[in-house]
Design a protein around this ligand. Structure first.
Ligand SMILES: [Zn+2]
Length: 689
């Protein structure tokens, strides 16, 4: 407890002297009964270290993203509203090559503040929470860069340069002492400017409580970093534990900063997006959400996932009557709750009828983007340049293009190098260390990480020719490590069946266009398994019954046949595909693949997703691959033929997507090998160390 108290006090000290939105130190009298004030609660979320409007994979400006442009929206809002506070809802420090550079390539010193936090401090924040991706680089790194000494195994008790605002997190606890690893909440004393009855501007104090939450499944997603060190509790359980203590601090209102979305399915303590339930806790007055990479409210979007949910107002931004907002990701937008406050019984309360939320985009209605805040670029220029120099390091060359534009249709150009690298590494590892498995066939699973979720630029696209590290990073986005699992033929088929949920069910008797890709099933969970395996996905069949002609080296796969499948730590700990690829006894140490074994396994399709297997009418949209820029379509349209030719829906004739995954087809030139090795970070580090 002393550590916690110290941190709270320390955070408090910083707040008094710190940010742009901090109050003047002039004492203010409490506002009169019935007095009204407006407070804008500004929210960033899922910045994912996109500080600048720059794409480190393509080495090109991307004006559609960037904290530096969102910062301009913050400054505009601060001019617009007499009172504002700014919070961040997490997934802040991971997601670009710049982030990897500062965490893995040239790790920041204890006395050096992370570039992302430097940029945020330049803008001035009042608080924030910890998202799931904050844990990707491990707890020692997180403790260091957030200056949060944790009483956790392997973490030095020291102070380092961290953000100049309090980070709160109420549902992650140290195994060692059962205390929260961050202060669960903080109290912010601020001064509001409001107008009195005579029309004069006056000042009045307000006490704001903030409480933070992260998705409990981090224990699964980052098992290798967290297992045995910390544990999580459900959002509601943690809220009930800490809200009474926070409320006892005599706060006017409590804002939950929760890295998670809105899910109305039954509550559980491991629920990923439990904020529909959190919003029902009486101690919470407003919610700042994230993680879903989708704006809320989204009043003009007929396809918004937040439409038609009970007790969710996707027009004005309310959940169970509480104002809430979720900004979009990568700095594309700023969340704003325009809170109307009324002084009642000696404290500020929310006038819900006069309150609403909105998400403000950096993209203007004319299609252009707001200008970047010049202060940000100047601040991080050296690390930006160093990152570009690093990712420009040559690693080989290729005589063919590698893309993920048509990965769903069986184009493995961007997956085969990854699978080859994984296969190659695991095969020689087994040869050297595990001779007892020398006769078990080794397969490799890889998913296309970039499949257009955030627009037509969001694809892996590597020209033939010289290759550099940024190309390898384009092939493999995440700081995963390698894991191998032993499965039987039945599990293998189930694994592919789960992956095939990427497709809607197509009704071949219908003449009108049908949407092939099931957007509710993320592209990064669409595993393509290679290494001598061939199979077809029959999209006319319901989920769970689509994998046909499954063969290994030309022979049908037997349900009892044994395979080793090389995958990543995320999948092997149950991420994305559930039990299918899960290694129940994985103890995958960083940079060292461990073979984990399980017999059989329950691999039936998740019932929640069965409805996605139904044929759905096309809403005038074709698979998004077909909506690519004209040049890209020219380049790949003829080559791939089939459903995308000429973007003509009538041309959908093939209902089977063939995956010839045996490292056959176009052979990779020897020089690709270097790039292939770079393609998984675990392998990179192993070969480099
Ligand atoms: Zn997240």
């Amino acid at each position: 407890m002393p550590t916690l108290l110290r941190t709270l006090l320390w955070s408090g000290l910083l707040l008094v002297c710190g940010c742009a939105s901090a109050p003047s130190s002039r004492p203010a009298a409490r506002a009169a009964e019935g007095a009204r004030a407006q407070l804008a609660i500004l929210e960033s979320t899922d910045i994912h270290s996109n500080i600048l409007s720059y794409d480190y994979y393509k080495l090109a400006e991307d004006r559609s993203i960037g904290f530096e442009r969102m910062a301009t929206l913050v400054k505009q809002a601060r001019k617009e509203f007499a009172n504002s506070v700014l919070f961040d809802a997490g997934d802040t420090i991971q997601g670009t090559a710049l982030a990897d550079y500062q965490a893995l390539v040239k790790p920041v010193d204890c006395n050096e503040e992370l570039a992302m936090y430097r940029a945020m401090d330049a803008l001035g924040y009042d608080g924030g929470t910890i998202g799931n991706h904050e844990f990707n680089y491990g707890l020692p790194f997180l403790a260091q860069v957030t200056n949060q000494p944790m009483n956790v195994e392997g973490i030095a008790a020291r102070h380092c340069a961290g953000p100049h605002y309090p980070l709160v997190l109420s549902n992650a606890f140290s195994v060692r002492d059962n205390q929260p690893i961050y202060p669960p909440y903080a109290v912010l004393d601020r001064t509001l400017t409001l107008r009195d009855a005579e029309g004069h501007d006056i000042k009045a104090p307000i006490r704001i409580g903030i409480i933070g939450f992260t998705p409990p499944p981090i224990m699964q997603w980052d098992k290798r970093n967290l297992e045995g060190k910390i544990y999580t509790k459900g959002l509601v359980e943690s809220a009930r534990e800490y809200l009474p203590k926070l409320r006892a601090q005599n706060v006017d209102l409590v804002i939950a900063i929760s890295h998670g979305g809105i899910d109305v399915s039954p509550y559980g303590s491991a629920m990923e997006n439990a904020n529909w339930y959190l919003s029902q806790e009486p101690g919470i007055d407003a919610l700042l959400l994230g993680h879903s990479h989708a704006p809320f409210p989204d009043p003009h979007n007929a396809k918004s996932r937040f439409n038609n949910l009970p007790e969710v107002d996707n027009q004005r931004g309310f959940i169970h009557g509480k104002p809430a907002v979720m900004g979009n990701f990568w700095g594309k937008s700023l969340g704003v709750i325009e809170l109307a406050l009324v002084q009642r019984n000696g404290r500020w309360t929310i006038d819900a009828a006069a309150t609403h939320s909105e998400v403000r985009d950096i993209k203007k209605t004319d299609g252009s983007f707001v200008a970047p805040d010049p202060a940000i670029d100047a601040l991080i220029e050296p690390v930006h340049e160093a990152t570009i120099a690093y990712v420009s390091t040559p690693i080989g060359d290729s005589d063919f293009a590698m893309t993920s534009y048509f990965a769903e249709l069986g184009d493995v150009t961007a997956l085969q190098p990854v699978n080859m690298a994984q296969h190659d590494y695991a095969t020689s590892y087994i040869e050297r260390n595990l001779p007892q498995y020398a006769n078990v066939p080794v397969l490799s699973a890889a998913a296309p990480f970039k499949t257009g979720f955030s627009g037509a630029n969001d694809y892996t696209d590597i020209e033939a020719g010289p290759l550099a590290i940024h190309n390898a990073a384009d092939l493999y986005l995440y700081p995963n490590t390698l894991t191998a699992v032993k499965v039987d033929g039945a599990v293998l088929k189930g694994w592919l069946e789960r992956s095939a949920q990427r497709f809607n069910r197509i009704d071949p008797t219908r003449r009108e266009a049908q949407e092939l890709v099931n957007r509710k099933f993320s592209g990064y969970n669409f595993d393509v398994i290679q290494g001598g395996l061939t199979y077809a996905i029959d999209v006319t069949q319901p989920t769970g019954m689509r994998i046909t002609n499954l063969r290994y080296l030309g022979k049908p796969v037997d349900a009892a046949q044994t395979f080793i499948v090389v995958t990543n730590n995320y999948r092997a700990s149950g991420g994305g595909l559930g039990a299918c690829a899960k290694a129940s006894d994985t103890r995958s140490r960083r940079l060292e693949p461990q073979l984990a074994f399980r017999a059989g396994g329950d691999c039936r399709p998740d019932p929640v997703h069965v409805r996605d297997g139904q044929a759905r009418p096309c809403q005038g949209r074709w698979p998004r691959q077909c909506a690519l820029a004209e040049g890209q379509r020219r380049r790949y349209g003829d080559l791939r033929g089939g459903p995308c030719r000429g973007a003509n829906p009538e041309a959908l004739t093939a209902h089977r997507l063939e995956f010839s995954g045996g490292f056959i087809g176009k052979p990779l030139p020897p020089t690709i090998d270097a790039a292939a090795r770079m393609a998984t970070r675990g392998i990179t580090a192993l070969h480099g160390s």
